[in-house]
Ligand binder design. Structure first.
Ligand code: ATP
Ligand code: MG
Length: 387
């Protein structure tokens, strides 16, 4: 399991749970409530940085927020980097709306997927007849952004032949429309974003180094969600609250085992993927409750504990290996004991007995907190380290 799992589980344990009672099953029926009035999460969110729209409780998220607030007050160019879906667009908007240009336009230009001529016309505008198909004069985005902020999204995709023009604009804050000689001057703040390694692109001569240095005045990197899993609980709460608001429905519950699957998954598509998965899960769940089986299988299938680590039995006693096999199989079968028993080639009764044994040896309540497997790995690691 990744090093972050301990943090995640501690955080999960801090969550509001219905009071007391002995749970009859390993995969419990406990739920986390999202979007309610008095929950831990709602309170955390009320007083947290999420008022800005940027949700996250991790030190990294707080740092990003603090940095974005500082950058808001300045006029210098900002480069935001990070994988797709981490929130680069959101942070760019935050920087704009937290600063003195907030009342002025925030204009986005996507530098991706368009031929050079169209990007140039999109950026700087064109005169009538400037190129085939230019039937009307067009004001470019740079001009529309005057007094406000120009957001250059996916700047790493800017065609090479356009890069000198952008560089010139960044240096002078002047430009000419395509097909015109008239120099126009504007006052815009530039924020650029990329999910590419611009330095690497410079080495490959696909991005001009001088432009890179012009853009990289103030750098804000947003790490991938998998490296700040502590943010997942508050993001889940925020997203589900938004879904219930726009659907004008009750708030959603998330079963503990479903929630833990969300925590275990690595989210290559980051927050955008989390949004999509929750949207899908809420569309198909019943009683406003996301259960384990409502979570799409691609998440469940990739949310198993680290296989390499699980496969290594070094440092575990026979009893612990048995426990691990049972817990992992239950996990894979979504808590279904008869299915797990079939997979393990034992009777259902044996599985119940083993669970009872496991519960009675579960002195720290690890099982009740749903992190028994991690606990076993932890015990194993400690023992291996001591030897
Ligand atoms: N910390 C966060 N709090 C709340 N919502 C977030 C957060 N991070 C991202 N989001 C949401 O996730 C979605 C994706 O974010 P955004 O479009 O800003 O990502 P991006 O990094 O610009 O992605 P891409 O590189 O694909 O353009 C948006 O709906 C955004 O509001
Ligand atoms: Mg974006």
């Amino acid at each position: 399991m990744a090093a972050t799992s301990g943090v995640v589980h501690r955080q999960v344990e801090g969550y509001r749970r219905p009071a007391g009672g002995d749970e009859p099953e390993v995969t419990s029926n406990r739920h986390f409530q999202f979007g309610g009035e008095n929950g831990y999460l709602s309170q955390a969110i009320k007083f947290s940085p999420s008022q800005s729209g940027f949700v996250g409780e991790s030190p990294v998220a707080r740092e990003i927020l603090g940095l974005a607030q500082k950058l808001s007050a300045l006029h210098s160019t900002v480069l935001i980097t990070g994988e797709s879906g981490v929130g680069k667009g959101l942070v760019a908007r935050m920087i704009h709306s937290g600063g003195p240009r907030a009342e002025q336009p925030f204009v986005t230009v996507s530098c991706t997927g368009l031929p050079s001529e169209l990007v140039e016309s999109e950026l700087f505008g064109h005169e009538k007849g400037a190129f085939t198909g230019a039937y009307e004069k067009r004001v470019g985005r740079v001009e529309i952004a005057d007094q406000g902020t120009l957001f250059l999204d996916e700047v790493g995709d800017l065609p090479l032949d356009l890069q000198p023009k952008l560089l010139n604009f960044l240096q002078e804050r002047t430009f000419t429309r395509l097909g015109s000689n008239k120099t126009i001057s504007v006052d815009v703040r530039v924020i650029a974003a990329t999910n590419q390694d611009l330095k690497g692109l410079c080495r490959e001569k696909r991005f001009r180094e001088d432009l890179y240095f012009r853009l990289n005045v103030l750098l804000l990197h947003i790490p991938a969600l998998r490296s700040r899993k502590e943010d997942i609980p508050s993001l889940v709460d925020y997203i589900l609250t938004r879904i219930s608001q726009y659907r004008r429905c009750k708030s959603f519950l998330v079963a503990e085992d479903a929630f833990e699957a969300l925590l275990r998954y690595d989210w290559p598509g980051n927050v955008r993927e989390l949004e999509n998965i929750l949207e899908r899960s809420t569309a198909f769940c019943s009683d406003f409750t996301i259960r384990y089986n409502d979570v799409p299988s691609e998440i469940l299938n990739h949310a198993a504990p680290d296989i390499a680590e699980a496969n290594s039995l070094d440092g575990l006693s026979l009893a612990e290996i048995t426990q691990m096999a049972i817990l992992r199989t239950l996990d894979l079968c979504g808590g279904n004991k008869s299915q797990a028993a079939r997979r393990l080639g034992i009777s259902e009764k044996t599985i119940y007995n083993k669970i009872r044994e496991l519960r009675s040896s579960d002195r720290n309540g690890a099982l009740l907190h749903g992190n028994a497997l991690e606990n076993l790995f932890q015990k194993k690691t400690e023992r291996v380290a001591v030897r």
